[in-house]
Write a protein that binds this ligand. Structure first.
Ligand code: A2P
Length: 343
């Protein structure tokens, strides 16, 4: 089995290499691709190194399985030809997620969606996966009807460049932290990735604003689209607010869900505690709740703060946190690949 990782030098690509190693993924040969900028870069893999190659037109020749994470534009350009040639591609970008022929798969939630794939399988959006790990089991039991989310998304969701931009701004501002009570807008650093100051700030603008003028960002629209597709609820009403926060790894999602059947927080905790890939961290009396730093580096999604709005026995509030580079991206992609092999 020859496996290619495309975008191997990126935040997700590097995590894919790590997870292939951790899970002893059954491959005979690994090829790593990135842009021409990275040609010759050496990345650690298992007890050895792989030398990164520049992506070229025939990159998929002899490749059985490709794990791709080089952004939507690259995916659109390179995946159809690879899939047509028989390389099964698990893509981390949003380029194909809404295509009818492309399943969006979370192995713990909808493994059956993998049946009949046509060569491209999409990994879900990192925030949607985090929310879906909690929503999937609750939907199965209680029937999800309405969803409102607010997400607190780490800068690594924008790749290595996002992490670097935060680090540079923290460096610049931490000496003058008192000035931030009355900042001079002209003196605040703003980089290319986030457009606004991300250090010591939160920015309610992830990706770009909907060109159709809905007022939502494209990142926010993915939540509804992907939850509808993965859970098979085409008429689900969903609205999302996605906020970039100065956190390096770990996306948190505050979830309001309304269900067809009555549900108590106790029942919800029971269902969630039996779900694979999920860990309930929820004990207010002992200050137990999940935060992004608790989830960073973990495979499980953590869920807590389970509560019910007054007077509505069909609604729940939850707080879910997942490592966006692992379960939100690389781990889920490798799990899809494992499922492909199993089948
Ligand atoms: P490179 O490091 O050479 O730019 P991230 O999301 O962390 O920024 O990572 C994006 C990944 O996609 C990197 O590995 C990057 O490689 C890769 N990439 C970006 N553009 C291209 C391209 N045109 N062809 C191949 N790989 C690309």
């Amino acid at each position: 089995m020859r496996v290619a990782v495309v975008g191997a030098t990126g935040a997700v690509g590097r995590t894919i290499l790590q997870i292939l190693d951790e899970r002893a993924f059954p491959l005979d040969d690994l090829v790593a691709f990135a842009s021409a900028r990275s040609e010759g870069v050496r990345l650690g893999f298992r007890d050895d190194e792989v030398v990164v190659r520049a992506l070229h037109d025939r990159w998929f020749e002899g490749v059985d399985l490709a794990l791709t994470s080089a952004g939507g534009a690259v995916a659109r350009q390179i995946l159809p030809a690879a899939a047509a040639a028989g390389t099964v591609c698990v893509d981390n970008s949003s380029a194909f997620r809404m295509d009818r022929d492309v399943p969006v798969v979370i192995p713990e939630i909808n493994p059956e969606a993998l049946d009949g794939h046509k060569g491209i399988v999409a990994n879900g959006n990192c925030t949607a996966i985090t929310a879906l790990m909690a929503l999937g089991p609750l939907h199965k039991r209680f029937g999800l009807r309405l969803l409102v989310t607010s997400s607190y998304q780490s800068v690594s969701g924008s790749g290595m460049k996002g992490v670097r931009e935060l680090a540079e701004q923290v460096d610049k501002l931490h000496e003058q932290i008192e000035t931030l009570t009355r900042p001079d807008p002209q003196a605040l650093p703003a980089g290319e990735v986030f457009g606004r100051t991300i250090a010591f700030n939160v920015v309610p603008h992830a990706e770009r604003f909907d060109p159709e003028g809905s007022g939502f960002t494209t990142e926010e629209l993915k939540m509804g689209n992907e939850v509808r597709k993965v859970l098979g609820i085409p008429d689900l009403v969903c609205s999302a607010t996605a906020v970039r926060v100065p956190v390096v790894a770990g996306h948190a999602v505050s979830i309001y869900g309304r269900f067809e059947s009555p549900v108590s927080p106790k029942e919800a905790r029971e269902v969630l505690s039996r779900a694979a890939g999920l860990r309930v961290v929820d004990d207010p009396a002992r200050d137990q709740y999940p935060t992004p730093l608790d989830a960073a580096g973990l495979d499980d999604v953590l869920v807590g703060r389970v509560r019910q709005p007054d007077g509505d026995d069909r609604a729940l509030l939850l707080f879910a946190v997942g490592d966006n580079l692992r379960k939100g991206a690389a781990l889920n992609a490798v799990q899809i690949a494992e499922l492909l092999i199993e089948r």
